[in-house]
Write a protein that binds this ligand. Structure first.
Ligand code: E4P
Length: 215
């Protein structure tokens, strides 16, 4: 399973990139706005780290304008995946961009039928937002199960990128289902490595090591 960071913070991405566990980055307009920096400058810095998959979202709302914006973003760096919203215009734009070889990440997906359409128009990634479904008293992980099954049934090549992850259990469940990718905030990725028994165990080993004669 690939692990992506859902952030536009270059500092967070650099730190995680150096650990060797990071496979990609997803951004969205909200995350970019938090940084207070120019979008393309941020994208260039992320790509310069060597991150192989960096999702950058279009903000146009017509298919024609999405295609234009998508082409521009794709041209910034070979690692860029163009994020397109799941709307009728987004579907049309994805069909055109995918046919040209642009890798599209269809975002704002909240149902299995939307995911089916994303695969049919050739999206490389589909991004179902599970945390936002949980917030509406709908079990987000059920959607991941449905999408994975549908894609397997028809051998779609579109990869399931589980988004809007809020905690490590989301990552664990998505991995058990067999989702291709999980994108998460920095804090969640940090927690994947942590366990209090690891910290306690290490503290005890180091304390006991002091008792070992050194000479
Ligand atoms: C994914 O690509 C989105 O940027 C993200 O996961 C949305 O998460 P949120 O619901 O926490 O804003």
């Amino acid at each position: 399973m690939k692990l992506f960071l859902d952030t536009a913070s270059v500092a967070e991405i650099r730190t995680m990139w150096e650990t060797g566990i990071l496979d990609g980055v997803t951004t969205n307009p909200t995350l970019v706005a938090k940084e207070g920096r120019r979008f393309e400058e941020v994208l260039r810095e992320i790509c310069a780290l060597g991150v192989p998959s960096v999702s950058a979202e279009v903000v146009a709302t017509t298919a024609e304008a999405m295609v234009g914006e998508g082409r521009h973003l794709r041209g910034l760096h070979p690692a860029i995946y163009v994020k397109v919203p799941m709307t009728p215009a987004g579907l049309r734009a994805t069909k055109v961009l995918a046919a040209e070889g642009t890798r599209v990440n269809m975002t704002l997906v909240f149902s299995a039928t939307q995911a089916l359409l994303a695969a049919k128009v050739g999206a490389t990634y589909v991004s179902p937002f599970i945390g936002r479904l949980d917030d509406q008293s709908q079990v987000g992980m059920d959607l991941i199960r449905d999408i994975v099954q549908i894609y397997r049934n028809y051998r779609f090549a579109t990869q399931v990128l589980v988004a809007s992850i809020r905690h490590p259990i989301h990552v664990l469940e998505a991995a058990k289902i067999g989702a291709d990718i999980a994108t998460m905030p920095y804090g969640v990725m940090e927690k994947l490595a942590q366990h209090p028994l690891t910290d306690l165990g290490l503290a005890r080993f180091l304390k006991d090591w002091e008792k070992v004669p050194k000479a």
